[in-house]
Design a protein around this ligand. Structure first.
Ligand code: TPP
Ligand code: MG
Length: 583
């Protein structure tokens, strides 16, 4: 019988799954794996830290609607990957992690003193959807099939298969391989006709229905369907933080999550919520009053691929297990335009929209300050003026991300990346690079704090090496801004307790200041293009020069450090940490 290797088997199976790119760092324990993948035409993108590979894979999966594959080598490589696993699983991105481990027999369990070994599946098992090791080569195809089956079932997240080095690199007999349709369902779950009928009746009868979209809408790619249903019903759309931009914000029916009071008002006035692919978690205030109407005044229909999420945080009147796109497409078939009811809805929606406009004007007032160093809001505004409407924007950092979100209009669906569940500083660097791999023909830019950039600055070289022309705008306030402002308020009532920590006049903060890194010069040292801008009127020309370079570019943006501390809406963020008052 012809011979092959475990690595070649995995590569062939990934090819059958349509994998075109994967992310990770080379190591001898899995040479046969990455070599065969590259041989089959898959692009291997190699960052300089394993956790970045996970974020690249997560962003890639989210933007392509496919599978994000990353690899990490036993012991230290896997240890470095753990942060990425936690974040990407938390964010709910469809990531397949393949790791090597030491040869069979000396690990799982550790024989004692095994080099570069820890309980990889025990640790990752506790932080992912599924994690297993391959005990013998005969079981490799079956266990990889199980990993893929679980990856495409329910809410996306990280699945992990660990393969001992001798099984990846050693020779073995060839084995028959199956096609994906032979081992997993390729069709997303469709709703029953009865459930669609009931939902349609409720939506037609409602006075003011609204839609609430979560990450499930993004992963289902249900953008056109969401817009169509919103228009048919003339229903405003809010999103979770994770799904911001599921509906283009150029639509008058989009209620961007930055307009918190406007969202609260809408969520209190709607008498019916159609909740799509969202678990209605903490950043949606658990679906509770006073942020949403009480149960007696508001019905809920919840649609999710994962039955265990139905009614979990907010009780529902109708729970439907279905993919968001399948459900919305079926609903569109059933709905007819509703001229009489719509007239009343139009008036109600127009009135509610006033709160969005007022808040926008309030935010934009900050832009009247055009002194240098700049007010951080100018960064996002200049980007919106220069980058294409379909550019992918990544927000990372504390206040830098809040300023960025607050001044960016998302003009096309699925063009925004952040770590909405984790707020994980530095993840945006990998996300931006992953975005550039996923959408090579589109522009990608990343608005990031100077603290956040410091976690993964080495990846500028990765962007240069792989010709990923991402533009980074590093908002340099030389502080952990979001934490500094928090300390200023949180320590105020306890000032007298901290004479040593806060200094004799009790005016200091504790370790919230950072030194300066010259991000433009750092970038140049790695072969990227660098600029430094302090005056807001110089930002657009600098961005145009960056784009003309057609390579990775980094702009060191000097922002006014005190104004930067007062990012819009921080009080709401603080409020969110408390349990909402209502039932
Ligand atoms: C990996 C990680 N470590 C720590 C934190 C806690 N944290 C939240 S915001 C913040 C400060 C962010 O500083 P920077 O990136 O410079 O953004 P700025 O607020 O100054 O704009 C910190 C330390 C976090 N969110 N992620
Ligand atoms: Mg900072």
């Amino acid at each position: 019988m012809a011979e092959t290797t475990g690595g070649a088997i995995i590569a062939a199976m990934l090819q059958r799954e349509g994998v075109e790119a994967f992310f990770g760092i080379v190591d001898g324990t899995y040479t046969q794996l990455f070599a065969h993948c590259v041989e089959l035409g898959m692009k291997m993108i190699s960052p300089r830290h394993e956790s970045v590979a996970a974020h690249m894979a997560g962003a890639y999966a989210r933007l392509t609607g496919g599978l994000g594959v990353c690899i990490a080598s036993n012991g230290p490589g896997v240890a470095n990957m753990l942060a990425g696993v936690a974040v990407e699983n938390g964010e709910g991105n469809r990531v397949l992690l393949l790791t090597s481990s030491r040869r069979t027999g000396i690990t799982h369990p550790d024989r004692g003193g095994t080099y570069q070994c820890f309980d990889q599946i025990g640790v990752i098992g506790a932080m992912s959807k599924w994690s297993q090791t391959v005990p013998a080569i005969e079981r490799l195809p079956e266990l990889l099939r199980q990993a893929l089956r679980i990856s495409f079932t329910g809410r996306p997240g990280v699945v992990h298969l660990d393969v001992p080095e001798n099984l990846i690199n050693g020779r073995c007999p060839e084995m028959p391989l199956l096609e994906p349709h032979q081992y997993r369902c390729l069709e997303p779950p469709a709703p029953s006709a009865a459930a669609v009928e009931r939902a349609a009746e409720m939506l037609i009868a409602a006075r003011l229905p609204m839609l609430h979209a979560g990450g499930g809408v993004i992963h289902a790619g249900a953008f056109a369907e969401l817009a169509q249903i919103a228009e048919l019903l003339h229903a405003p759309v809010t999103t979770s933080w994770n799904a911001r931009g599921a509906l283009a914000e150029t639509s008058p029916l989009a209620w961007p999550m930055i307009h918190i009071e406007a969202c609260n008002r809408l969520r209190n006035q709607a008498d019916l919520v159609l909740c799509l692919g969202s678990e209605v978690g903490e950043t949606d205030w658990w679906g509770k009053p006073p942020y949403w109407a009480p149960l007696r005044r508001q019905q809920w229909i919840q649609v999710d691929v994962d039955e265990t999420r139905l009614g979990r945080n907010r009780p529902v009147d109708l729970g439907i297990v279905a993919d968001a796109k399948e459900f919305l497409a079926a609903l569109a078939q059933r709905l007819r335009p509703l001229p009489r009811a719509l007239a009343a809805r139009r008036a109600a929606v127009a009135e509610l929209a006033e709160a969005k406009r007022a808040h926008r004007a309030e935010l934009d007032a900050a832009l009247e300050n055009r002194s240098a160093p700049m007010i951080t809001g100018h960064v996002a505004v200049a980007c919106r003026a220069v980058f294409d409407d379909d550019a992918v924007v990544v927000f990372d950092g504390g206040n830098a991300a809040v300023w960025g979100q607050s001044f960016t209009e998302l003009r096309r669906p699925n063009t925004q990346l952040s770590t909405a569940h984790f707020g994980h500083l530095g993840a945006g660097v990998g996300q931006a690079l992953g975005a550039a791999v996923a959408r090579p023909e589109k522009q990608v830019y990343c608005i990031i704090g100077d603290g956040a950039m410091g976690f993964n600055m080495q990846e500028i070289e990765t962007a240069v090496r792989h010709q990923l022309p991402v533009v980074f705008l590093v908002c340099c306030d030389r502080q952990w801004g979001m934490v500094k402002i928090n300390q200023m308020f949180a320590l105020e009532p306890f000032k007298d307790m901290f004479q040593h920590a806060l200094g004799p006049d009790r005016s200091r903060t504790i370790n919230a200041d950072l030194g300066e890194i010259a991000w433009d010069r750092l970038a140049e040292s790695m072969g990227a293009y660098g600029e430094r801008v302090s005056d807001p009127s110089e930002l657009e020309p600098a961005l145009r020069r960056c784009l003309a370079e057609k390579r990775c570019a980094v702009i060191h943006v000097d922002v006014e450090p005190t104004a930067h501390l007062f990012a819009p809406g921080l009080q709401y963020f603080k409020d969110m940490h408390q349990e909402p008052a209502g039932e």
